[in-house]
Design a protein around this ligand. Structure first.
Ligand code: GAF
Length: 401
């Protein structure tokens, strides 16, 4: 069953009635700009054609009931209890429910509005693949609550509520890239985001016209940003910024790196160098897309991967194999995408070479003794929008209208 129908069926199963509507938000691929968002820097993600759906309907008793196809059961709380659960009491909430309840808590905190609601989630965004399945849940719930609570918030405000949920209800110290990408993406384009001002610009990708496809290589290596490496990298960036006397690494340029090398230990310096050079690569990628088109960005993707592998040290052997094998077989560029320590790599591939590249990646994994990766192409797609008609009012409606 497709995820939109699955969310609706789950809703009917737990409530015995039709939802007031079904809302959705996509996963994302980050084309370039990794670990720059929480350094106030630049990112260039795009929303993908894999989405999470939230079937939702109002209740009259001031309670919120959430369910998900990810786990059995329904979690039920009173809206006023949310403030006791988040952030301090989140351990009392099953992890899968923290995303949904966390967004309700964040929106209620900001707007003061809150009405009882039933929410049922289903998704076709692969979990743990570095494609931001969590921001897709947060985005779908945010647009559902915005609609049913009549909040009238814009995409940036809804993304900020998603990030609050991720940081404080789930406990992952992430930046805002994934939530903004899920909210503001456009078909055939990437969203260029200045993570300090939160200004965004749509940048045409033109993959189709250039005869290119974007291949995702999901290594199957699971990661979590709530623990360990992600937080350590964030701490190193903050340490580096403090030693350089700036509020965030966004304020450091490539020309400042020799001075940085003198001020800090070697590991902290390499973390700083990744972020500073990655910010520049994002700017260069935007410029290259505009002036030369997508076929010319391959070297920037490869340089980004090398920087994450060598300086930021967030790659794993499976991701390196994915990048090396795909480029050797004809990809124009490739890199790991997302927070790292597992998840997926992306490869920009001429359509005529897709099967050759897939075969080469599979062969590379087999030769290294890794389990076979999951390979699929994605299309740059629209961000969160009301996906399916309001069922109880009957009839299909153009989702984009
Ligand atoms: C994860 C985080 F959620 C993002 O905020 C970002 O930091 C990314 O890792 C790394 O670029 O997806």
């Amino acid at each position: 069953m497709k995820a939109d129908a699955a969310s609706r069926a789950l809703f009917v199963g737990i409530t015995g009635r039709e939802p007031d509507g079904v809302w959705s938000a996509p996963g994302r691929v980050n084309l370039i700009g990794e670990h720059t968002d929480y350094n106030d820097g630049f990112v260039l993600p795009f929303a993908i054609d894999r989405r999470t759906y939230a079937a939702a309907g109002l209740r009259t008793d001031g309670r919120i009931h959430v369910a998900s196809t990810f786990a059995p059961g329904v979690v039920e709380v009173g809206l006023e209890e949310l403030d006791t659960l988040f952030p301090a009491g989140r351990d009392a909430v099953p992890e899968w429910a923290r995303y949904q309840l966390g967004v309700a808590w964040a929106l209620r905190r900001v707007t003061g509005v809150g009405v009882g609601i039933d929410l049922a989630i289903a998704s076709d965004v692969p979990v743990g693949a570095g494609l931001s399945s969590s921001a897709a849940i947060e985005g779908a719930v945010a647009v559902a609550l915005d609609g049913l609570w009549g909040l009238g918030l814009d995409g940036v405000a809804l993304a900020q509520a998603g990030r609050t949920a991720e940081n404080e209800a789930v406990g992952a110290p992430t930046g805002i890239m994934d939530q903004l990408a899920a909210m503001l993406g456009r078909a055939d384009a990437a969203t260029f985001i200045d993570c300090r001002s939160l200004e965004t610009e749509i940048v045409d990708l033109g993959f189709e016209g250039a005869g290119l496809a974007l291949l995702v290589i999901d290594t199957g290596v699971k990661h979590s940003h709530s623990t360990g490496g992600y937080r350590e990298r964030r701490d190193a960036c903050e340490r580096g910024a403090a030693l350089l006397g700036v509020s965030a690494l966004r304020d450091v340029t490539v020309g400042d790196l020799p001075r940085a090398a003198e001020l800090m230990d070697e590991v902290t310096f390499r973390r700083v160098r990744h972020v500073v050079t990655e910010d520049q690569r994002v700017l260069d990628t935007v410029e290259t897309l505009r002036t030369e088109g997508p076929r010319a960005i391959g070297p920037l993707l490869l340089a980004s991967h090398a920087s994450m592998r060598d300086d930021f040290e967030i790659s794993v052997p499976e991701l390196d194999t994915a990048v090396e094998a795909s480029v050797a077989a004809g990809a124009l560029g490739a890199r790991m995408t997302g927070g790292g320590f597992g998840g997926a790599a992306i490869a920009l591939v001429p359509k005529t070479r897709i099967e050759t590249v897939k075969d080469a990646v599979n062969a590379g994994f087999a030769a290294s003794g890794f389990p076979q990766p999951h390979l699929f192409t994605v299309t740059p797609s629209d961000g969160a929008w009301q996906a399916v008609s309001v069922y109880c009012m009957g009839g299909a409606r153009d989702p984009a209208s």
